[in-house]
Design a protein around this ligand. Structure first.
Ligand code: SF4
Length: 288
């Protein structure tokens, strides 16, 4: 008997994968939804996933470090024993590999599966090759948004029209993922400090001296700046001023019709500002 092909869609807690789940709900009824849970997510992410689960009418399978395949090895295990205090970074994304991709591949096992990925049509730049999350040959990527011409504006519309909206953390941070994610912009770290001071303190506690450094150099989440330094009042004020200026510039550009983006909410403008600031590709499985 021919093996049944599974249909799977991973949620990151971000807008694009959430909109894709909404979009696919009635198109692929036997879709399996999953979320790779690092145990270091924001409380707002769990709330948003609960909301989505109600809309989808089926559970979002939580893959986490307590699953057998990962032998109870959570972020702290890898951080302390395997990477000796080295914090993950855009150059060394050990967290994504161990805590997001491996649990996903273990969940699929040797089954054949179509994996639905939320790459939008407006990301389809010339020469752009849509990335895969897994390179296993039994997992084949599918890009419905790209095929159907769904853009960022459509993503907002899909979420709005279906009563889902954006995750509430979008008020201060426009990327899903761990509360301490190194991909955060400086303004988002300030947001974490103000919205979740307890989580900011936990993130700060990970910044420890490199045991192999003779100069006592710190491992830090942000390049060249510790969270201790970032949380000084004068530094916070500087970061806020820069963000406010970027938002005002973006609003002015919209008003001047230099860019055509009508009826944008402040959250959407903030997303645009953050997107402009990005000079590196985020992690597909964490931030879509
Ligand atoms: S959200 Fe950031 S810190 Fe968390 S697993 Fe993904 S890349 Fe790593």
């Amino acid at each position: 008997m021919e093996q049944k092909i599974r249909h799977v869609l991973g949620l990151s807690g971000g807008k694009d994968s959430s909109a894709l789940a909404v979009y696919m709900r009635d198109r692929v009824p036997d879709m399996e939804y999953f979320f790779s849970d690092t145990g270091k997510e924001l409380p707002e992410t769990y709330e948003y996933l609960d909301k989505l689960e109600v809309f989808l009418g089926k559970p979002i399978v939580r893959l986490n470090m307590h699953d057998d395949h990962n032998e109870d090895r959570d972020f702290d295990h890898y951080w302390e024993y395997i990477y000796e205090g080295l914090l993950p970074s855009s150059q060394v994304r050990w967290c994504t590999i161990n805590l997001k991709i491996r649990p996903f591949e273990a969940y699929i096992g040797e089954d054949k599966a179509y994996h639905y990925i939320a790459i939008r049509a407006d990301e389809d730049r010339v020469g752009y090759k849509p990335p895969k999350i897994s390179s296993l040959p039994n997992i084949q990527p599918k890009y419905p948004f790209k095929e159907d011409g769904i853009t960022k504006a459509d993503v907002y519309r899909i979420l709005e029209e279906n009563g889902i909206g954006l995750p509430s953390y979008y008020e201060w941070r426009t990327r899903s993922g761990c509360y301490f994610c190194f991909f955060q912009r400086k303004s988002e770290w300030v947001g974490l400090l103000e919205k979740h001071p307890d989580l900011f303190e936990l993130a700060k506690a990970y910044e420890k001296p490199n045991p192999h450094s003779k100069t006592g150099e710190l491992f830090t989440w942000c390049q060249g700046e510790s969270l201790e330094e970032l949380s000084k009042p004068e530094r916070i004020a500087e970061i806020k001023t820069n963000t406010e200026k970027a938002i005002e510039d973006k609003k002015k550009a919209i008003a001047d019709k230099k860019i055509t983006k009508p009826n944008q909410t402040l959250m959407q403008i903030l997303t645009e500002v953050h997107d402009d600031e990005d000079d590196e590709e985020p992690c597909l499985i964490c931030h879509k």
